[in-house]
Structure formats: structure tokens, C-alpha cells
Design a protein around this ligand. Sequence first.
Ligand SMILES: [Zn+2]
Length: 223
Amino acid sequence: MSKRSSFLLGDDGIYRCAEFQHFLWQSHGFGTRMANPEADVTLRQIHSADVLDAHRLTDRQCEGDALVTDDLNRRIGVRTADCVPILLLHPGKRAVAAVHAGWRGTVGAIVQRAIEKMQRDFGTEPSDIRAAIGPCIRECCYEVGPEVAAQFSSLFPEWPPVAGKQHLDLVEANRRHLRAAGVPTAQIFDSGLCTVCLAEHFFSYRREPQNPGRMVSAICRLG
Ligand SMILES: [Zn+2]
């Protein structure tokens, strides 16, 4: 299990990870129905496992599903409405990442690829990375068919064979990728918040497929 962390809802309607707040050189936030943090650079998201360096990118210039940067004052963000938003930071190199992990991106180990990209571009040791997992659809509400479940069978070797639908824990899948990449369990902070259960706080594609809003999760290096 990852450490249960304290995510706090600010007066501005944005959730923040308390463990990230120790790092005064960054600012970050996970949006809600009420408000979103500002983002300068986002991607045209395509449920891929593609990770881009945000340096010199303009907003929505490129396709992909995760951004990394060590630029000052460049607010990188992802949009979600059930998919898993993950923000990463590395204190020594002051590098950050914003990851959109739906089930396809999770199958592609997008969070692991983001950590590898940070290591290549900024020299960040995975063992120093902190990860914050935001509000998303949780195992309680995420029922998938056998064709989707089959894609996760190697990641969840303990699963018994099931013929029909089953509940998928996308957060645990991403947690396993984070650990496989070298991030210590004690540095993985999970909000525990379900976008489907908590209708008053979050948009949800599952709950409102006709007109789901989008939440922005963003992070920025300030100094
Ligand atoms: Zn739920």
C-alpha cells in the first residue's frame, strides 16, 4: 500500500498534496468542478503513452499524454474526467511532470515512461521522485469488460480468472509502475478521491457521459 497522504481542498476550490507543499520551489494543484489551476502548456491528449518535454512548446501544439519540464514558471498540465492525473517532482533537479493515465496509457506504462524521460532530460534519480495521484475513477466504480481486463493480467498476476466484468484499480496499476521505475512507496501520495463517488466535487465521464467537464491538474517550478 502507498502512504495515505493528506490532500487538502483550498479555499480556491483546488486540491493540493500536503507532502508537495514542503517544496517551496513549486506550485501545483488538482482541479475540481469549482476551479482549475492555470496551465500554460497542455497537450492534445490521445490516450497514448507519449511523453514530451514542454520546453518551447505552446499550448496544445502537440499530441501526447504527459509533459516534463525543468523550466522556470512554465505551468504544465493535463486534463482528466475519470482518468488518473499524476504529478511528479524531483527536489534535487527541480524537475516536474504532469501525467494523464487512462487505461490505455496505463497499459503503456506512461508514468514509468515519464520518469525515464525526466532521467534522460534532467538527470533525475527515480529514488528521489515524489508522486501525487489525484482524483480519478477508483476500483469501487471502475467496471471493465474482459478485453480491457486482459490487458492488465500481467500487471496483476494475483487476479483469479474471471469470465465477465471485473473491477479494475487503475491507481494500483500506476502505483506498481511507479515502484517498478524506482520510486519508493513512501514517496507515492494518493488522494484516495473517486471522481464518480464524489459528484459534488468532480466531473466524471462515467457518471455524465453526455457532458463531462474536465479537471486540470498542473505543476510549475517557481524558483
Ligand atoms: Zn467510486
